[in-house]
Design a protein around this ligand. Sequence first.
Ligand code: C2E
Ligand code: CA
Ligand code: CA
Ligand code: CA
Length: 277
Amino acid sequence: KTEHRSFRLYKEGEDEAHLERLNLVEELREVMAGTTEELFMVYQPKLNLKTQKIEKVESLIRWIKADGTFVSPELFIDLAEQSGLIIKLTHWVLDSVLKQQASWAKSNLHLKVAINISAQDIAHADFIDFLFQKIDRYQVDPNLITLELTERDIMTNEDLVVSRLNQLKRLGIQISVDDYGIGQSSLGKLKQLPIDELKIDKTFILELDQSEKDQQIVSSTIELSHKLGLTVVAEGVENEASLNMLREMNCDHIQGYFLSRPVKSDVLIEWLGAYDA
Ligand code: C2E
Ligand code: CA
Ligand code: CA
Ligand code: CA
């Protein structure tokens, strides 16, 4: 790989960036093994437009270094995937989220949680065993767990992934296709897959109220998804006009800053209390 790079301009700058990325992977490895609280999960509620209730949240990882530096999940998840560290990181996430669900259950809060996983996780031989070890340990109902994978994650190694997804579904886990619409596959393709839910990518939703084109794409995606028996979530809902449009379009769930940003568990609990009242 370095051979290619040496033909490019600004080699030094690139090597520096490369070193920085390596350092970040090393730091992440250390943080995961340690007992600091630099890594933590936040939860973003989803509103069920049919029932007006909050039944689900998406879990999202955060890394804030001891010195206060915020590291973007897009960046470190990507690095973790490239370095193979993602398997361990997902173990950390699963442990953290299921522990949280167990703690909520003690206060009689039975929230469904969507957990982001990567292609490598689902392809890994021990993934389902590990997930169910945690489910047993924390006594979480598998029906309260959804796994979010992108189209690309599914299409990479499709046969293996599909067999894993079938296995997971038999065990009561739900499957959601994340970032739908920016990948390659068509709804026709997705209908052959063992999935329950489609998340329309936020690029189609962020300016929904301003863009007729987005409105057409989104409304036809919702209609077709329903014909295929899939539940539809719109992510990236930032204003009321878009929310109302999605309601008109018969979208099932919405998620976005208009409702709430992703927050820590204690803030979520307080928010839920105020929302219900
Ligand atoms: P994603 O799974 O597509 O997550 C949705 C992203 O959109 C999150 O960014 C969320 O904070 C953001 N978002 C939610 N509502 C709005 C909105 O109304 N407007 C805008 N502009 N953005 C909104 P975040 O938390 O920075 O995560 C980025 C990506 O990092 C995620 O995209 C996911 O691919 C990855 N990621 C985050 N947490 C995890 C994790 O625990 N495991 C794995 N494997 N990946 C994760
Ligand atoms: Ca997601
Ligand atoms: Ca991903
Ligand atoms: Ca997404």
